[in-house]
Design a protein around this ligand. Structure first.
Ligand code: HEC
Length: 125
C-alpha cells in the first residue's frame, strides 16, 4: 500500500511538472508571438522600401539613399514619418535627379510608419 501511494504521488508530481513545463512553453511562445506583432521597422523596410531605396538604404537609380542621408540624420521621427505617410510629389519633390515621386504609404499604420522612420535613422548614422 505504502509503495502504491508513493507511486501515485510520483505520478502526480510528473503530471504537475508536465503542466508547469507546458505553461512555460506556452508563455514563451506567446512572448515571441507578441514581439512579432509589434511593428517591425526593418521588416517593413525590407518589404516595402527596398525596391526603390535599395538594400540597407544604399539608394538606387530611382530613389535616394538613407545611408549618410542628412535629412534623415537631422530630422525627428515625426518629420520623417510625415514624408513616409504623405509621400513627396510634384512641387514638393526635393531631388530633380529622381524622376518618380515618393509614394504616400497609405497601407501603413501610424505605429508602422514610426517604426520604419526610426529604422531609417539607424541606417543614416
Ligand atoms: C516607388 C519608389 C519608392 C518607394 C517604394 C518608396 N520610396 Fe521613399 N522616396 C522615393 C523617391 C523617388 C524619393 C525622393 C522624392 C523627392 O524627390 O523628394 C523618396 C524619398 C523618401 C524620403 C525622403 C528622403 C530625403 O532625403 O528627403 C523618405 C524618408 C522615404 N522616401 C521613405 C520611404 C519609406 C520608409 C519607404 C517604404 C515604406 C519608401 N520611402 C518607399 C521613392 C520611393
Amino acid at each position: 500500500m505504502q509503495s502504491n501511494n508513493k507511486n501515485s504521488d510520483t505520478e502526480k508530481e510528473r503530471m504537475m511538472k508536465r503542466l508547469f513545463m507546458g505553461a512555460v512553453l506556452f508563455a514563451s511562445v506567446m512572448g515571441i508571438g507578441g514581439a512579432a506583432l509589434a511593428a517591425d521597422g526593418a521588416g517593413i523596410f525590407n518589404a516595402k522600401c527596398v525596391p526603390c531605396h535599395g538594400a540597407g538604404g544604399a539608394g538606387t537609380a530611382m530613389a535616394p539613399a538613407f545611408k549618410g542621408n542628412e535629412f534623415i540624420a537631422s530630422s525627428s521621427v515625426e518629420d520623417i514619418s510625415a514624408v513616409i505617410k504623405n509621400g513627396r510629389a510634384g512641387a514638393e519633390k526635393k531631388y530633380p535627379k529622381f524622376v518618380i515621386a515618393m509614394p504616400a504609404q497609405k497601407s501603413l499604420s501610424d505605429e508602422d510608419v514610426a517604426a520604419v522612420a526610426s529604422y531609417l535613422k539607424t541606417l543614416a548614422e
